[in-house]
Design a protein around this ligand. Structure first.
Ligand code: DSN
Length: 424
């Protein structure tokens, strides 16, 4: 034979990089033994993780399927086409772009498609549950564009469309954003569309938090109402970490394509795009509807427990995957409760509440979400127990004995619910 045959012995990660191996093991233990209640997190399936860790990462494919700047793209083209077609089917939409590396870049592509630097955008105030990329002055969205905000009604704690309309009338933004990080109620996209139409304003819906609920049919879809819909793929939708953009109009799709590439991104992450395709297939399966329904059932159980325990929830409860607990009358901060819950093996994040008086590093509340534990198979019985544990910690945040006993009980519960990706 002309060429010598090379055999590659693959060493395992433990030998190649014992440090990273060690930290992954630690993180595995944390995920296994703890209760994950961060509202923006979930467990991607083993299939999604496997594809995300596949050799597709080796491929450069700047451009779009059928029109790339590199050779050898015919197989990644097929994966990207599948991702696009499945996503279109999932949300019943005409056009989908699956190349955005993140939700932030998806939003950036929409802004750059429609706006010039200095144009006015309007999103929900960050302290009321909005997002950094919806105009915060410390983010590109507030640096490049003139940003103004609407707020929740401080009495009802809900979106107030009269107030929003007044604000739009006064400010006349070129683009308005709906879709939030900490809003526990159903969003009326039609009402946003009506205001947008009256004031000739574009409507972007960032459905990152609720994408899985929309896909599962337990939250109305923004697709019929928004000019653009952006999302991440890894929250309630349970895919790999990434973003996407949807629109109905082919002219808008063209603009988005060129803003994503070459506008703001280079080579697409073909391993992530293929993993998105897998996640979209999973979300098209009828079992995903049952999953989405269970997320809501689980939130409702927590809502009931907190009501009984006298713990204040903003808006009084939730219709979606998250609850916003408010301690402003309890004399403890969100930061303290986040830390105490972590000692008890329960992971949440501190969160500002509408009308917040404390800094975002301290806050008066925490945000709790049920998407991840629902994926892990936990249902009403477990949720009731978890609600009681959380309440106990809220009322006894410095009682080390209670924290450590709760941690032990949490570990015991977790043993019965293996992680979907335990062996990855
Ligand atoms: N960081 C995400 C969240 O926790 O809601 C939003 O990007």
């Amino acid at each position: 034979m002309f060429f010598q045959k090379h055999k590659r012995k693959s060493k395992d990660l433990k030998q190649i990089d014992p440090d990273i191996f060690y930290w992954i093991q630690q993180e595995r233990k944390r995920q296994k033994e703890g209760l994950e209640l961060i509202a923006s997190e979930n467990y991607a399936s083993p299939a999604v993780c496997r594809v995300q860790g596949s050799l597709l990462t080796n491929k450069y494919a700047e451009g779009y399927p059928g029109k790339r700047y590199y050779g050898g793209c015919k197989y990644v083209d097929e994966c990207e086409i599948l991702a696009i077609e499945r996503l279109k089917q999932l949300f019943q939409v005409n056009h989908a772009n699956v190349q955005a590396h993140s939700g932030s870049q998806a939003n950036m592509a929409v802004f750059l498609s429609e706006l010039k630097p200095g144009d006015k955008i309007m999103g929900l105030d960050l302290f009321h549950g909005g997002h950094l990329t919806h105009g915060s002055p410390v983010n590109f969205s507030g640096l490049l564009f003139q940003s103004v905000f609407y707020t929740l009604n401080l009495e009802t704690e809900l979106l107030d469309f009269n107030q929003i309309e007044d604000q739009v009338k006064k400010e006349r933004p070129k683009l308005m954003i709906a879709g939030y990080s900490a809003y526990p109620r159903i969003i009326d996209f039609k009402a946003f569309r009506q205001i947008a139409d009256r004031y000739n304003c574009l409507l972007l819906v960032d459905m990152a938090h609720i994408a899985g609920l929309v896909a599962g049919g337990v939250h109305p879809s923004p697709v019929p109402y928004a000019d653009y819909v952006t999302s991440t793929t890894h929250k309630t939708l349970r895919g790999p970490r990434g973003g996407f953009i949807l629109c109905q109009d082919s002219l808008k799709e063209k603009k988005i394509k060129s803003k994503i590439f070459p506008g703001i991104q280079g080579g697409p992450l073909q391993h992530v795009i293929a993993a998105k395709a897998v996640a979209f297939k999973e979300a098209l399966d009828p079992s995903f509807k049952i999953y989405a329904q269970q997320i809501i059932k689980n939130t409702k159980v927590l809502e009931k427990v907190f009501q009984k325990q006298g713990i204040k929830m903003r808006t009084g409860g939730s219709d979606n995957h998250l609850l916003l607990l408010d301690f402003s009358q309890l004399g403890v901060t969100g930061k303290q409760i986040e830390e105490s819950l972590e000692k008890a093996g329960i992971t949440v994040n501190k969160n500002t509440v509408p009308g917040e008086k404390r800094s975002p590093f301290v806050t008066s509340g925490i945000r709790i979400g049920t998407a991840a534990l629902t994926t892990r198979g936990m249902k009403e019985t477990e949720m009731e127990q978890i609600g009681l544990w959380i309440s106990k910690v809220i009322y006894n945040p410095s009682n080390e004995e209670i924290l450590s006993k709760t941690h032990q009980e949490v570990k015991e519960l977790c043993q019965g619910f293996p992680l979907p990706t335990d062996d990855l």
